[in-house]
Design a binder for this molecule. Structure first.
Ligand SMILES: *Cc1c(COP(=O)(O)O)cnc(C)c1O
Length: 393
């Protein structure tokens, strides 16, 4: 075929070279190391003259298949896969930053990312300024001569705020800063940050990429020169993805586009149903016209994605009651599953913060986050509605 495949087709068709068995589906390469025909071929592999596999901490056929599909989907030159999303994020910082460097980070980042940039990186002389996602003036004011990286999430967790990728891409280019985007909430079938100027994209593959709540994984893709640094850092420090997890995640990528289409469709319907509900003060979902950044959502996302949030009337007590009253929807610390999941950050993930600290990161007392699954949407809406009725305080 002369025509180059679309990234969606590549995520289905990219595959390891067939073995002598002529299998249709990729086999599992559960091997820690790889053998060589001779001292000379081994020497050439270690000298990087050929890209033969050496040891599964460096590379593995299953892991490479997953990386190649992710590169195709994100439009990236190269990538490296890691054991978890957090090891991908941490490695992208530690491989590219050094003592004396400064980074700018949107204030509403994932909890463990927040801990890394506020607690661990400063121990090594890497400082971070946190700025509110929507405040463009604050981004300009935060730039220092030693600013090396801008790190963002969009949509943000759990408030579903958006950052204008086109704007931030131009902002980082103008200042010569590396733009690093956590694209976990959107996935590459909904949003491709590299098209807007991102230099690297990181993922927790544990979420929508697996999509079925089975395995942990992470991946970093982007500019070849930056990935080379990250690869060397990871090759020596060892956050490698297991071949088994790579096999699972590579299979998942074959259905990512159809899954996200349905997740997004369901999420929009749930958001619309909640918007007119008397027990709900407000709903936030990128593809609801009431979202304050609806125009940005339309510009950079092909759908709204699977996550929405809303404020239940009655604050924290009503939020906890709501979780208890759910019959089908899961109460669990994950997102991006076939099964719909509800979370109440104020009484769980963010319960150790004071009320003021919670508000400063946008966590209101009655905030509920919904990760919309693939159940029939009428069942999802019915469960939410009956739980809302039981949680009036
Ligand atoms: C879950 C998550 C992570 C961390 O990923 P793990 O695979 O759990 O290590 C990072 N960023 C975002 C936005 C997440 O939702």
């Amino acid at each position: 075929m002369s025509q180059e495949l679309d990234p969606i087709s590549k995520a289905i068709r990219i595959q390891t070279k067939k073995s002598a068995q002529n299998e249709h589906s990729t086999p599992l390469y559960l091997t820690s190391s790889f053998t060589f025909e001779s001292a000379e071929t081994m020497r050439a592999a270690f000298a990087d003259e050929v890209d033969d596999n050496i040891y599964s901490r460096f590379s593995n056929p299953n892991v490479d298949e997953f990386i190649n599909k992710m590169c195709a989907l994100e439009g990236a030159e190269d990538g490296f896969a890691t054991a978890t999303g957090m090891s991908a994020i941490f490695s992208s910082f530690f491989a590219l930053l050094k003592q004396g460097d400064h980074m700018i980070c949107c204030s509403s980042v994932f909890g463990s990312t927040f801990t890394i940039v506020t607690k661990y990186l400063p121990r090594y002389g890497i400082t971070c300024t946190l700025v509110p996602a929507e405040d463009k003036d604050a981004w300009e004011a935060a730039v220092q001569p030693n600013t090396k990286m801008v790190y963002i999430e969009t949509p943000t967790n759990p408030q579903i705020g958006l950052i204008d990728l086109e704007w931030v891409g131009q902002f980082t280019k103008k200042h010569g800063i590396i733009l690093n985007v956590d694209n976990c909430f959107a996935t590459p079938v909904v949003q491709r940050p590299i098209d807007f100027g991102a230099d690297i994209v990181v993922h927790s593959a544990t979420k929508w990429i697996d999509g079925q709540g089975r395995v942990l994984g992470g991946v970093i893709v982007g500019r070849a020169d930056l990935i080379k640094e990250i690869y060397l850092y990871c090759r020596h420090t060892g956050p490698a993805m297991s071949p088994f997890n790579a096999w699972v995640l590579s299979k998942s990528l074959e259905t990512l586009d159809v899954r996200m289409e349905r997740h997004s469709k369901n999420a929009l319907k749930v958001a619309e149903a909640l918007e007119s509900h008397p027990s709900v003060s407000w709903v936030k979902y990128p593809f609801l016209p009431s979202h304050p950044q609806y125009e940005i959502a339309k510009k950079q996302m092909t759908s709204g994605g699977g996550v929405l949030c809303f404020e239940i009337k009655g604050g924290s007590a009503a939020g906890a009651k709501f979780l208890n009253a759910l019959e089908m929807i899961s109460v669990t610390a994950n997102l991006g599953d076939t099964r719909t999941i509800a979370a109440h950050p104020a009484s769980t993930t963010h319960s150790k913060l004071t009320e003021d600290e919670r508000l400063s990161v946008g966590i209101t007392p009655g905030l509920i986050r919904i990760s919309t699954g693939l159940e029939k949407v009428d069942d999802i809406i019915a469960d939410i509605q009956q739980a809302l009725e039981k949680s009036a305080v």
